[in-house]
Design a protein around this ligand. Structure first.
Ligand SMILES: Cc1cc2nc3c(=O)[nH]c(=O)nc-3n(C[C@H](O)[C@H](O)[C@H](O)COP(=O)(O)OP(=O)(O)OC[C@H]3O[C@@H](n4cnc5c(N)ncnc54)[C@H](O)[C@@H]3O)c2cc1C
Length: 318
């Protein structure tokens, strides 16, 4: 909140009309929308070749197009080298030329602030986050930790990763609180389930993408579908879905989606997250009794069409 108030104060003091955002992760995209809505001309710089590096390029490309349709100047494949102030204006020097703005936001990731804990003797894990077990215990007696400052147990990988999310922080906080009061709660683990709204689109993902699944020893195959139930109802919008599952067992490993704000993308990714949590295969999804009403979907929901497409594409074995 402190950062947010500082940004608002800076926008007002500088009477900012142009903004440069460095980093096109979900926070960079949310800020691009917020500042555009506020009337600023926004340039979004990203060193990788796509926006939103946590989704596959096939979904990131239409998302970047959507930002451009809303007048955001999206420049990916652009690495920032320096930022300099000349009087009021700021110049961002990149490997592909300079950009000028009244305000620059740097949103290139988070780092756990664990100095206090480390000084007290807490063992640090991945990315210098506090090492905890699944009871959220640190190595120090009676000291529990949760949230962005700790590493997080991943359900599918069966190991700790650094995955700072508010959804996870809440659950870990409850486990830590219960155990600090003498209870015996265990953190079930994260799948990195996440959704973000960018203007009129929502993108969401859960579980593992191809490269992470392969690194974890699976033999992943990702199959893309575009579900468009417009034959059933006017005004329906397409949902792009990418399903990742293990080739030989058909075990569901991950899913990614992009669709319009009204298309219930976030709740549909939650169907995948639930299925992954219980070890479902793509075939299991077809048997789920999911709701149907013409304004919202088809008799086979978009998640079922996507998994069925995976099954037909990869073969009957799954
Ligand atoms: C712009 C933005 C959008 C986000 N959107 C989402 C989202 O849509 N979904 C999602 O799941 N997650 C989202 N997140 C991530 C989410 O906010 C964090 O994962 C979550 O807030 C972590 O909770 P926490 O309690 O660990 O840390 P925080 O919420 O950061 O709280 C830590 C608190 O501790 C205080 N503190 C630090 N050091 C000390 C000290 N020495 N003494 C006393 N107090 C101290 C800090 O001031 C702070 O108030 C977003 C984050 C940002 C920045």
């Amino acid at each position: 909140m402190g950062d947010m108030f500082a940004v608002v104060q800076s926008l007002e003091e500088r009477q900012a009309r142009t903004a440069i955002i460095v980093g096109a992760g979900y926070i960079g995209l949310e800020m691009a929308e917020a500042l555009t809505t506020r009337g600023l001309a926004v340039t979004l710089l990203e060193q990788l070749d796509q926006v939103m590096p946590t989704i596959d390029a096939d979904l990131a490309a239409p998302l970047a197009d959507h930002l451009r349709e809303h007048d955001v100047n999206v420049q990916h494949g652009t690495k920032v080298r320096a930022i300099t102030a000349n009087g009021g204006a700021l110049t961002v020097d990149t490997d592909r030329g300079n950009h000028h703005g009244d305000i620059v936001l740097i949103v290139t990731g988070v780092r756990p602030d664990t100095e206090l804990a480390a000084t007290a003797g807490a063992e640090l894990g991945l990315r210098a986050a506090i090492a905890v077990d699944r009871h959220m215990r640190t190595n120090l007696p009676d000291v529990y930790a949760a949230g962005d400052c700790v590493h997080t147990y991943h359900r599918l990988l069966d190991r700790h990763v650094y995955l700072p999310l508010g959804s996870t922080a809440h659950k870990q906080g409850r486990v830590a609180g219960v155990n600090a009061l003498g209870g015996n709660a265990t953190f079930a683990g994260s799948l990195g389930t996440q959704a973000v709204k960018v203007f009129d689109l929502v993108t969401a993902g859960t579980g593992l993408r191809d490269h992470a699944a392969r690194d974890a020893g699976y033999d992943p195959v990702t199959v893309a579908t575009t579900d468009d139930h417009k034959a059933y109802y006017p005004g329906a919008t397409p949902i792009r879905i990418r399903v990742t599952a293990d080739r030989s067992t058909g075990r569901l490993l991950g899913a990614q989606m992009l669709g319009s704000r009204g298309a219930e993308v976030a709740k549909r990714i939650d169907t995948f997250a639930t299925a992954i949590s219980y070890g479902a295969t793509v075939a299991d999804i077809a048997d789920l009794d999911l709701s149907y009403t013409p304004p919202l979907g088809s008799p086979w929901d978009a998640v079922q069409i996507a998994t069925d497409t995976w099954r037909r594409t990869v073969g009957a074995s799954a």
